[in-house]
Design a protein around this ligand. Structure first.
Ligand code: GDP
Ligand code: GDP
Length: 455
């Protein structure tokens, strides 16, 4: 059977490639100069991504998507953090600790030409305590003559050292095979939901917006269990909290509660945590301090959640702290700064007074419902047919590209594939998205749309 001249294989091929659910997270840790950044570049196959580092500049971007042997995962890059202030040992340990906590598996990189140092031993202790799967990368084994250096690292007690040259690519394939064995198919946190467990919420926002206050407020006496990540870490990473008669899992709350005691690298840690929490959640509640100007950092956090394709609620906190003037300016800022997420439900709350706390759950439920909405193909094409008839694509170079057929390739978030007779301009694609939202809702969720052109 064909749809307007597209064969079924082509349609199904397009369905397979669009978007993804939560991916397992791999952290790459180790001392400075052992070759972590070089290795991360190898793994993600994108040379420019990490190399642009300048000392003293903390990067926004801490996770990258990678694929090996048909499996996708996230790589957490810990190379971006400055180490001067605390001294090497303390800073490497702190960095590794955060990264390990956020990850499902760890690649521990050691410079085989140097051998195991005291700092390496300290990281080994952390790895043991965390109990996460570890692949030991014996780096800088550039040729067969240095294989013996790698073998020396058996002494670390982490199993077989994988001899690798991150610089030349030698051995990285074998190492990645081991990584795939160590990584769960999906993050541990997703198993609960797959079995009908609690929905997963990431409560995120820049420091001091009131995340910890809000968590305390909503948890109150209702905190039912302090949950341990199955058989792995001792840290109470996630918390089960009953709200509105339903139990929800707030992911990565350890990061909210633990005050970041380190000045240096605090931004880096905050981004790392946010990225990891978003990855593990289904819905992100993004807290913004309504009493202050919406900042670049707020925007970055929003972008993270949009890019990860999560359902989303914007909570303006500290509403008790707003005067008339600020309220006036906030409305204008929302119009200009938050246009890209005009579809996200908003709640105006105060973690201090408890104002509008009861509105949080309905907003979350709305966003999750939008995130999971599926439009039957027949209905979608009836809608597209009318849309194309009423608002055809502008004629370009004597031709008029036309949407021939569309299908929803998936949910969480909704993903659409449009098949067209020619290139659809960005403006027209945005118009289609806007009309889709008007017709079908999709409140609280990003929408992915890809276009297949039939040449
Ligand atoms: P990081 O601080 O752990 O991220 O380390 P980098 O990736 O910045 O690497 C530190 C230095 O080691 C750089 O000069 C790299 O070119 C070099 N390097 C990294 N991997 C290898 C390798 O496999 N072999 C050799 N010979 N040098 C390497
Ligand atoms: P976090 O860093 O995002 O976890 O923020 P905290 O929960 O630690 O809050 C930062 C500061 O904001 C603290 O002094 C809180 O008391 C204050 N705060 C939090 N929520 C509110 C609120 O709704 N209203 C007001 N006025 N202050 C708040």
């Amino acid at each position: 059977a064909t749809q307007e001249g597209f064969d079924v294989d082509e349609v199904e091929g397009a369905l397979g490639e669009a978007g993804h659910g939560p991916l397992p997270v791999l952290a790459v840790v180790g001392r400075p100069n052992v070759g972590k950044s070089t290795l991360v570049n190898r793994i993600i196959g994108r040379r420019e991504a990490v190399v642009e580092d300048r000392p003293g500049v903390t990067r926004d971007r801490v996770t990258y998507e990678a694929e090996w042997a048909g499996r996708r995962f996230k790589v957490v890059d810990t190379g971006g953090w400055e180490q001067d202030v605390l001294g090497i040992d303390a800073s490497v340990a702190a960095q590794a600790e955060y990264a390990i906590e956020a990850a499902d598996a760890v690649v521990f990189v050691v410079d085989a030409t140097v051998g195991a140092t005291d700092t390496d031993e300290a990281v080994v202790k952390l790895l043991r305590r965390a109990g996460k799967p570890v692949v030991l990368c014996a780096n800088k084994v550039d040729g067969p003559s240095s294989e013996a250096d790698a073998a020396m690292l058996w002494s670390l007690g982490l199993g077989e050292p994988m001899p690798v040259s991150a610089l030349h690519g030698r051995g990285t394939g074998d190492m990645l095979d081991e990584v795939l064995k160590a990584l769960p198919e999906a993050p541990a946190q997703t198993f609960g939901a797959a079995l009908g467990g609690p929905r997963r919420i990431a409560l995120i926002g820049r420091p001091n917006v009131g995340k910890s206050s809000l968590l305390n407020k909503v948890a109150g006496e209702e905190r039912v269990v302090v949950n341990e990540l199955a058989g792995t870490t001792r840290d109470p990473v996630d918390e089960l909290i009953e709200l509105g008669g339903t139990t929800w899992k707030f992911v990565d709350t350890a990061g909210i509660r633990k005050r970041v005691h380190l000045q240096e690298g605090a931004d880096y840690y905050a981004s790392l945590r946010t990225a990891a929490a978003v990855e593990k959640a289904e819905v992100a509640v993004i807290l913004i301090d309504a009493s202050e100007t919406i900042s670049v950092q707020d925007q970055r956090i929003i972008t993270m959640a949009v890019e990860a394709g999560r359902a989303m609620v914007i909570a303006f906190n500290k509403w008790d702290n707003l005067d008339e003037e600020r309220r006036y300016y906030l409305e204008r800022e929302i119009e200009t700064e938050l246009q890209q997420i005009a579809w996200a439900p908003r709640v105006n709350v105060s973690a201090r007074t408890g104002r509008h706390m009861e509105k949080l759950v309905p907003a979350i439920e709305t966003a999750l419902a939008g995130w999971e909405t599926r439009i039957p193909t027949g209905r979608l094409n009836a809608f597209l047919g009318e849309l194309v008839a009423a608002h055809p694509h502008p004629i370009r170079g004597g031709k008029q590209p036309r949407i021939l057929f569309g299908t929803q390739a998936g949910t969480k978030p909704p993903r659409f594939v449009l098949f067209a007779s020619g290139f659809l301009e960005a403006g027209y694609r945005r118009f289609v998205e806007r009309r889709l939202r008007e017709e079908f809702g999709f409140e609280g969720t990003p929408i992915h749309m890809s276009v297949r052109v039939r040449e």
